[in-house]
Design a binder for this molecule. Sequence first.
Ligand SMILES: [Zn+2]
Length: 143
Amino acid sequence: MRPERQQTLNLEIPKGIFEQMLEHAKTEAPIEACGILAGRDGRAEKLYKMTNRDNKGDHFMMVPQEQFRVAKDIRSSGLEMLVIYHSHPDTPARPSAEDIRLALTPDVTYVIVSLRDDPGRVVKGFLIEEGDITEVPVKILEQ
Ligand SMILES: [Zn+2]
């Protein structure tokens, strides 16, 4: 049990960023959208849209050079990488077997935006560590 666990379990996303994330998912559909949220103390402050290199509707893979650039920008802004998000255009907001297998970035919450029930979209957060999944409540801040 690492001490940062507790902090990661508290994920707050300001409404504006949340809407950008939904919009991104909608725009990319039927391809999976993917991106990164940066912030501090479990609160998102900045959204980065990433390229889904695989261009598929049931899979995403980020472009390494883009990831490095974003990681560098996050560090130089004094923020942390809080969330890796992606959309499920046609399946529920649950990590797929592949999502679990490829969840290799430590200390981030994996957020899944499901468009299946559009317009009642479902957004869920998960900690995925070595195959163990813990749901993280996503709190939307009204401001
Ligand atoms: Zn997925």
